[in-house]
Design a protein around this ligand. Structure first.
Ligand SMILES: NC(=O)c1ccc[n+]([C@@H]2O[C@H](COP(=O)([O-])OP(=O)(O)OC[C@H]3O[C@@H](n4cnc5c(N)ncnc54)[C@H](O)[C@@H]3O)[C@@H](O)[C@H]2O)c1
Length: 311
């Protein structure tokens, strides 16, 4: 079993580190275009193995896709991150070309891989990779919902002074300010959130969640990596251990939720075949409207991709 992570920057290196610590594969390959960076980071990580007691071997390579051959799962994090003042959508002109070329190389050597996209703008980078990979939609999907939900759950845990382990929540839509947190599907060990928090405070937390990525960009001058890397690794774990976890995942929709031919975050069952099932939940009129607004925002970024004429 081999897992590859493309892009050895903040998110990619963190993700590879979590994968190795969890011993999700015997071999983890970390690939970057910059000479030496993935070799150096991999060596540094491997030197934590005797301390943290794991034996997944991490190999760093510079642009050598042959080393990724026969990967079960490939996580694509290559691209530029956001800087203060930029939206995720601003990244498209650079990252679409990177994600297209990286995906083509990945499938050349791992034609059956499950591909997890992390690069932004997430929903449209998933579509870019899907077009380049020419694989079934079950194989190509993106990480955003686990991260956005984790941000929401962590804010709620702080607010209620309870363990984040006991907060369950669901969030739909695109990975941007139009994401759709669902208070109706938010519980604390089964207790509806409305029993524990007033509506105004909950709405403030929802607004903070929507801008959660931007909050970190403003604090650090670049986008986050610990939670994004861990979230992508959690998806890898669900696949390689065939856990059939239910997660919000950025998935290609073909009629589900009344939406067609675009990537958007929806709950799915994630297992060894990738997307095992898309779960369609009942939404009220207001939730549907928010989801359609989010879909419109993603469609407008897809138009920018079309104008680039890279396919
Ligand atoms: N989906 C999410 O929730 C989420 C969360 C955080 C970050 N991101 C996105 O993930 C991406 C990576 O973020 P980061 O903070 O790790 O950035 P980073 O700059 O630290 O790392 C990106 C790495 O990609 C490499 N790279 C660039 N072009 C490449 C190519 N053609 N082949 C191989 N490697 C290449 C760079 O050399 C760099 O090391 C960004 O697009 C960011 O916006 C997404």
């Amino acid at each position: 079993m081999k897992i590859s992570v493309i892009g050895a920057g903040n998110v990619g290196a963190t993700c590879a580190n979590v994968i190795a610590h969890k011993e999700l594969a015997k071999e983890v390959v970390l690939l970057d275009i910059k000479d030496g960076i993935s070799e150096g980071k991999s060596l540094d990580m491997w030197q934590t193995a005797p301390i943290n007691l794991y034996d997944s071997c991490i190999t760093g390579v510079t642009n050598n896709y042959e080393k990724t051959k026969n990967s079960e799962v490939v996580v694509i994090t290559s691209g530029v991150p956001r800087k203060p003042g930029m939206s995720r959508d601003d990244l498209i002109s650079i990252n679409a070309k990177i994600v297209k070329s990286v995906t083509s190389e990945v499938v050349k050597y791992s034609p059956n891989a499950k591909i997890i996209i992390v690069s932004n703008p997430l929903d449209v980078m998933c579509y870019t990779s899907f077009l380049a990979a020419k694989l079934p939609r079950e194989n190509v999907f993106g990480m955003a919902g686990i991260l956005d939900t984790a941000r929401y759950r962590s804010f709620l845990a702080t607010e209620l002074n309870v363990s984040p382990k006991d907060i369950q929540a669901l969030l739909l839509g695109g990975h941007g300010d139009t994401m759709v947190p669902l208070p109706r599907y938010t519980t604390v060990s089964g207790i509806p959130i409305s029993e524990l928090l007033n509506e105004n405070r909950l709405n403030e937390i929802i607004e903070r969640t929507k801008k959660g990525g931007g909050e970190l960009v403003n604090l650090m001058g670049t986008s986050a990596w610990y939670a994004p890397g861990a979230a992508a690794a959690q998806m890898v774990e669900a696949i390689v251990r065939n856990q059939r976890r239910v997660f919000p995942v950025c998935t290609f929709l073909q009629g589900e939720y009344g939406l067609n031919n675009l990537y958007l975050g929806v709950p799915v069952v994630l297992g060894s075949n990738g997307i095992e099932k898309i779960i369609e939940i009942n939404l009220n009129d207001q939730e549907k409207e928010l989801l359609f607004n989010s879909a419109d925002a993603v469609k407008s970024v897809m138009k920018t991709l079309d104008k680039m004429e890279i396919f």
